[in-house]
Design a protein around this ligand. Structure first.
Ligand SMILES: [Zn+2]
Length: 162
């Protein structure tokens, strides 16, 4: 099985993270969810993407694509910010013709949010960090979202006694 080294954002310990796992990778030291970043191609697609326990942010890219290279560090940053909620999987389209056909990729980068193989959202072309964070936040299922209700409603008028 392939593993990648990932530093824990919480305690800075280095962890070995498998590219495919049935559960969620957690830090061996402090047990918080680790950012999960993996690569896949047509051979490993089923293991790495299709069977993922959490939604997958797929980055369909190629090494010769300039906009892909600019969006790549943004996606990695988001993988850390959304650790435990999304798995980032990079797919090199040149090595993955079947995946390119499956998602009818017309241009790259093409970004997809998948949940159990179902496309929840699609973004074609590079975008800035803010835009991509908002896009991802909206695409991800909200069930597990933390309850930090900061609804800024106007304060209600005090009831007055007459
Ligand atoms: Zn840790």
């Amino acid at each position: 099985m392939t593993t990648e080294l990932m530093r824990c954002d919480n305690c800075a310990k280095m962890n070995r993270v498998p590219t495919a796992a049935s559960g969620l990778p957690r830090c061996g030291s402090c047990h918080v969810a680790l950012a999960w970043i993996a690569a896949a191609n047509d051979d490993t697609y089923d293991d790495v993407v299709a069977t993922s326990a959490i939604p997958v942010l797929v980055d369909l890219w190629a090494p010769w694509c300039g906009p892909c290279r600019s969006v790549s560090p943004v996606l990695e940053k988001l993988a850390h910010q959304f650790a435990g909620r999304v798995k980032l999987v990079k797919i090199d389209v040149d090595q993955s013709p079947a995946a390119s056909r499956r998602f009818e990729v017309q241009g790259i980068p093409t970004l997809l949010v998948l949940e159990r193989g179902e496309v929840l959202a699609r973004q074609v072309g590079a975008a800035g960090e803010q835009a991509l964070r908002a896009w991802l936040e909206q695409a991800l299922p909200t069930a597990a979202a933390s309850d930090s209700s900061e609804n800024r409603e106007a304060p209600s008028d005090n009831l007055r006694e007459h």
